[in-house]
Design a protein around this ligand. Structure first.
Ligand code: ADP
Length: 514
């Protein structure tokens, strides 16, 4: 019955074709899980210059379609490929235009999260305009070229924020032919909003402020930027974010990134659905990046032994003392203000006084990287600082560590803690957003008798404070001493179901509301 529901995912990235971060993973995985429960899902992204066509052969399905931008006709070609591993079931449309979409990779600026640079603004507003002209049912191309008409455009993050405004403006202009498609806007991280000069955007799109009321409502100050995420919040049919707690948090000034009042207006249309992880890839029993596989299907003693072997291997790589008894803490993250590095740096000396080893993998803010690199020089024997992006090393750290640290200031969902738990690596997290929704604080042994299968056990601190963090790390180190209890927590966490199947069912319910 759901077969008829056609969903077009509109996004800036999709793993593995074009990825910079967690957003790509979601777009690469959720459509697969939805297809399994009867949804007909497709994806559209820009055709970036860096896409490897040998790996992902792209077939041209339309040439020289005219899209007006800055009052001129720009030509686009549309290509089609399939999401790998879906037996040609999930089609991915790629829009090519050398001027705006197809030069270079996904990010045009050094900061992968930048949503303020003018060339990124042009790129994604142009992309949004292309999608509006091709995939809304007012389009002349839908029937002849695409031959598939979506019911819902599922838009993701600031890259696609303007689509809902363009739809409203088109709807206003087509009095007799209402647009049938609904828009669901998913907020993956409210910090990145896409804010630019309004006059520039009006020129790009050939629209006026008076064309749609929310274009005026943007701010009290008429010279302030136009904001892609704010416009989506005001105009999308439904909005969701990636955990229930984050959906609540963003209604407050502390987490709302100055958009809380607009979100409040849409409170009844706002919900939270936790992300899943690709449990085929993040599977310690199968992952080829790790030294030796282990999993729940083997005898427990073997599992612990193999995990231990991974730990020894990582200790060796990090030039640490190879000792099974020294607790090993892993941390893998973008180095950004959000992720709690200020807390770690503040108590670093005290942390290093503990009996532990600490391995970090991450990149981002250059200033923080410098501070961390200096600390690594000082504490070479117990702190390994790897300032790079390295998927293989990431898997090895997940597999080898005893604990996984995520002291985030805010965390819309967080994937690291879910992956860690699948690898039997116990998370130490702050109670915020998705971390709060997926990790329960260990208090006593009887906790391990209650299993709700989508909340693991770890060590959780509430207040964003370095001493609170240090205390919970010390508590984890103390519990680690009791090998039997620790191993029970490991097994408990490995059993949790963080697959996309659960979340896909919740998205299906949301689509039904549209
Ligand atoms: P965010 O999306 O805010 O960056 P998440 O926890 O949701 O944070 O997802 C981050 C993902 O990226 C995780 O899968 C993590 O393992 C991975 N990751 C982050 N930094 C690195 C890195 N330097 N090298 C390899 N993988 C990384």
């Amino acid at each position: 019955m759901n077969k008829q529901k056609k969903i077009l995912f509109v996004a800036g990235e999709v793993t593995p074709i074009a990825k910079v971060g967690g957003l790509g993973d979601v777009i690469g995985a959720l459509p697969k899980a939805l297809t399994k429960i009867g949804i007909d899902a497709k994806i559209v992204i820009p055709k970036y210059g860096t896409i490897d066509e040998k790996k992902y052969p792209c077939k041209k399905i339309a040439s020289a379609i005219k899209i007006q931008f800055y009052g001129q006709d720009e030509l686009i070609d549309i290509y089609s490929t399939f999401l790998p591993g879906t037996q040609d079931q999930i089609e991915v449309y790629l829009i090519e235009n050398l001027k705006y979409l197809s030069t270079g990779g996904i990010c045009l600026t050094a900061d992968a999260s930048s949503s303020g640079a003018i060339n990124e603004c042009q790129r994604f507003i142009f992309f949004t305009k292309c999608v509006a002209e091709i995939f809304l049912n007012t389009s002349q191309y839908l029937e002849h070229i695409i031959n598939w008409s979506p019911d819902i455009l599922h838009c993701h993050d600031w890259h696609t924020g303007f689509l809902s405004v363009l739809k409203k403006i088109q709807e206003k202009n087509f009095v007799t032919n209402n647009i049938k498609q609904k828009i669901l806007f998913t907020l993956h991280n409210l910090e990145y909003q896409g804010k630019w000069n309004p006059q520039e955007i009006f020129k790009m799109l050939n629209i006026k402020e008076s064309d749609w009321p929310t274009l005026k409502e943007r701010t009290k100050n008429q010279f302030a930027d136009l904001n892609a995420v704010q416009q989506a919040i005001l105009n999308a049919d439904l909005i969701n974010t990636v955990s229930s707690t984050y959906a609540q948090e963003i209604l407050t000034p502390e987490y709302g990134e100055k958009l809380e009042l607009f979100l409040k207006k849409r409170e009844k249309d706002l919900s939270g659905i936790i992300n899943g992880i690709d449990t085929t890839y993040f599977n310690p029993a199968k992952n080829l990046d790790i030294k030796i596989n282990y999993g729940l299907e083997m005898p427990k003693e073997q599992l612990f032994k193999n995990k231990q072997e991974n730990k020894s291997y990582l200790q060796k790589i990090c030039n640490f003392k190879i000792d099974s008894k020294i607790p090993l803490i892993g941390l893998i993250s973008r180095i950004a203000d959000q992720k709690g590095f200020d807390l770690i740096i503040k108590i670093f000396e005290k942390l290093m006084e503990q009996n532990l080893q600490f391995v970090l993998l991450g990149s981002g803010c250059k200033e923080t990287e410098k501070t961390l690199a200096a600390l690594a020089l000082k504490y070479q024997d117990k702190f390994s600082c790897n300032l790079k992006f390295d998927a293989k090393l990431a898997n090895q750290i997940y597999a080898s560590s005893d604990m996984f640290l995520m002291p985030s200031r805010f965390e819309p969902c967080g994937l690291g803690q879910l992956i860690a738990m699948k690898y039997g690596t116990i998370p130490i997290v702050r109670a915020t957003g998705g971390l709060k929704d997926t990790v329960k604080n260990y208090v006593m042994h009887s906790d391990l008798q209650i299993n709700n299968l989508n909340k693991g056990i770890g060590f959780v601190f509430e207040e964003y404070d370095e001493n609170k963090m240090l205390n919970i790390i010390k508590k984890a180190l103390e519990v680690y001493e009791d090998k039997k209890v620790w191993q029970e927590i490991m097994i408990y966490d490995m059993k949790q179901d963080f697959s996309w199947e659960n979340s896909a069912k919740k998205y299906l319910e949301l689509y039904k509301k549209l």
